[in-house]
Design a binder for this molecule. Structure first.
Ligand code: ATP
Ligand code: MG
Length: 451
C-alpha cells in the first residue's frame, strides 16, 4: 500500500456496507476506478464501483438479503442495491477483446488486484482504495493525477489496439478534466485513430458528447483533428479551409473552434458550432479581388450536418435541432419587436434563444473589430425577446384572444377557412398591426366576412 488519501467527500453508507460485508466474509474489496480518481481530484464521484477477490456467486451469497441485479454476471459484475442506489461489484478480472458492446467479449477472473488494475485504460483509472483511505496504486496513478496527466497503463499502442474506444476516452478525459495527454500516449492516439472504425457509432457518440461540453474541448479539437476526421471525414476540408475575407481573420478550423468555445457548454449548441460551417469548403468561391465567398453555405452545412449526425446515431430531437440551428446560423435578425415575435413563433422560444447563442458565438469567432456592432445588436434582440416573453405577448394561435368558435360566430363558414382566418389574425398581431384584443380581432374578422 502506498500513501493515504484524505477523503474530502463521504463514502456513501451503501458502499461502506458492501466493502465491510465482503471483508467480513474473508474477501478483498476496494473502491476502484473513476470514483477513486475523482476523490483524488477533489471532485465528488458520481458512481462508486467496487472490485473484489470474491467470485460472482460468492458476492451474491454475501448479499442474499439484498436486491441483486445479475445483468453483468457474465463479466463478473454483480449489482447490489443499497439504500436505493445500485453498486457494481466486479470480480478481479482481465478481459478479452471488445467488440460492439460496452463490455468485453469475455473475461477471465484473476486472483489479485494488480492484474485487474492492469486491464484498465489510463493510470488515473487504475487505482483502488480501501475504507481507511489506503491506496493500491501500482501504476503511479496518484502522481499522474497530481500532474494532470493521461497515460495508458502499459504499452499505449497495444492498449488502443485492444479497444479503439480508448482513443475517444483519452480525448474526452483531456477535454473534460483539462488534463494533458502524455507524449507517448498522445502519439499512440494519433497512430491508432483508425481503430475507431471498429467501434460502434453509439459508443463514439457518447464520448463525443461528453468531450464537446468539456472545458478544454477547443484545445482537443485543435490538437487531434485527425481523430475527429476518422469518424466524420466531412470535417477534413474544413480543417484545411483558408478564408481570405475581411470578416475572418482565422481559417475555417480555428474559427470553428473559437466559436465552439464561445458557445455555452451544451451538447446541442456545441454540435451546432462544430458543424455550422461544414459546408463552407464546398461553397467557396474567390472573386477578382481575391476575396473568398461562401454563398449558400448554411443550407449545404445543414445537409451535411444531418448526414453526419445520422451516421453517428444521434437521436432525432438533437439532430433536428442542430440542423435547424446550422441552417439558420447566418440569417439576419433585426432588432424590431415584430420581427422577433415572428421568429419566436416560427422557431419556438427555446430554439430562438439557442439561435441567439449560436450567432453570438459565431460572431465571437470572427474579426473582433468587425463584429462589435453585431454583438451589441444581438444583445438588444435578446432583451426584446425576453420582454416579449415576460409580457406574455401573443406568439401562437393558442395565445390569440379569439378562437375558431368566435370566427364561425362572426360568419366564417366552418371548414379550412376558419384556420386561415385565425392564421391571418395571428399574422396581424405578430406584426403589431392590431392588438391581441377580442374586440379588435372580431372587428377585423367582420371586415373579412363577405356580407
Ligand atoms: P466516468 O467519470 O465517465 O464514469 P469512468 O472512468 O468511471 O469515468 P466508466 O465507464 O464508469 O468510466 O468505467 C469505470 C472504470 O472501468 C474506469 O475507471 C476504468 O478503470 C475502466 N474502464 C472503463 N472503460 C474502459 C475501457 N474502454 N478500457 C479499459 N478500461 C475501462
Ligand atoms: Mg464511472
Amino acid at each position: 500500500m502506498k500513501g493515504w488519501c484524505a477523503v474530502k467527500f463521504d463514502i456513501p453508507a451503501g458502499a461502506r456496507h458492501i466493502l465491510q460485508t465482503l471483508a467480513a466474509a474473508g474477501h478483498e474489496a476496494y473502491l476502484v476506478g473513476g470514483c477513486v480518481r475523482d476523490l483524488l481530484r477533489g471532485v465528488p464521484p458520481h458512481d462508486w464501483d467496487i472490485c473484489t477477490s470474491a467470485l460472482p456467486e460468492e458476492t451474491e451469497r454475501c448479499f442474499a438479503d439484498r436486491r441483486v441485479i445479475e445483468t453483468g454476471l457474465k463479466h463478473g459484475t454483480v449489482t447490489v442495491v443499497e439504500e436505493g442506489e445500485p453498486y457494481e461489484i466486479t470480480t478481479y478480472r482481465t478481459e478479452g477483446p471488445y467488440s460492439d458492446s460496452r463490455r468485453p467479449d469475455f473475461v477471465c477472473f484473476v486472483p489479485n488486484l494488480e492484474e485487474d488494475l492492469a486491464r484498465r485504460d489510463f493510470t488515473m483509472n487504475a487505482i483502488a482504495m480501501d475504507l481507511q483511505g489506503n491506496l493500491r496504486d501500482p501504476y503511479g496513478s496518484a502522481d499522474d493525477i497530481k500532474s494532470r496527466l493521461i497515460r495508458c497503463v502499459g504499452e499505449p499502442d497495444q492498449r488502443f489496439q485492444e479497444d479503439g474506444l480508448r482513443v475517444m476516452r483519452a480525448l474526452r478525459f483531456a477535454a473534460v478534466f483539462g488534463y494533458e495527454i502524455e507524449e507517448r500516449t498522445a502519439r499512440a492516439v494519433h497512430e491508432n485513430r483508425a481503430m475507431l472504425d471498429r467501434v460502434a457509432a453509439e459508443r463514439i457518440n457518447t464520448e463525443l458528447c461528453k468531450l464537446l461540453v468539456g472545458q478544454n474541448a477547443g484545445e482537443v479539437l485543435w490538437q487531434y483533428p485527425d481523430v475527429f476526421c476518422q469518424f466524420w471525414p466531412e470535417l477534413g476540408p474544413l480543417v484545411t479551409l483558408e478564408q481570405n475575407n475581411p470578416w475572418h481573420c482565422w481559417g475555417g478550423w480555428e474559427h470553428t473552434i473559437r466559436a465552439l468555445e464561445e458557445a455555452p457548454a451544451d451538447v446541442t449548441l456545441r454540435l451546432a458550432m462544430l458543424l455550422h460551417d461544414i459546408g463552407k469548403p464546398a461553397c467557396k468561391s474567390t472573386d477578382e479581388k481575391g476575396i473568398d465567398h461562401f454563398y449558400g453555405h448554411p443550407a449545404v452545412s445543414a445537409q451535411l450536418a444531418d448526414k453526419m449526425l445520422r451516421a453517428l446515431k444521434f437521436d432525432n430531437k438533437t439532430r433536428e435541432r442542430v440542423v435547424l440551428l446550422v441552417e439558420r446560423h447566418d440569417v439576419q435578425l433585426l432588432p424590431r419587436s415584430q420581427v422577433i415575435r415572428r421568429w419566436l413563433n416560427r422557431l419556438s422560444p427555446e430554439a430562438f434563444f439557442q439561435l441567439l447563442d449560436i450567432k453570438r458565438a459565431d460572431n465571437m469567432g470572427q474579426a473582433p473589430e468587425k463584429v462589435r456592432d453585431r454583438l451589441a445588436e444581438l444583445d438588444v434582440i435578446r432583451a426584446k425577446a425576453e420582454r416579449i416573453l415576460a409580457e406574455r405577448q401573443c406568439l401562437t394561435l393558442k395565445d390569440l384572444a379569439v378562437n375558431g368558435r368566435d370566427v364561425i360566430a362572426a360568419g366564417v363558414a366552418p371548414g379550412p377557412e376558419v384556420g386561415q382566418v385565425l392564421e391571418g389574425l395571428l399574422g396581424q398581431v405578430l406584426s403589431g398591426s392590431i392588438p391581441n384584443e377580442r374586440e379588435a380581432l372580431m372587428k377585423s374578422v367582420g371586415c373579412q366576412v363577405p356580407n
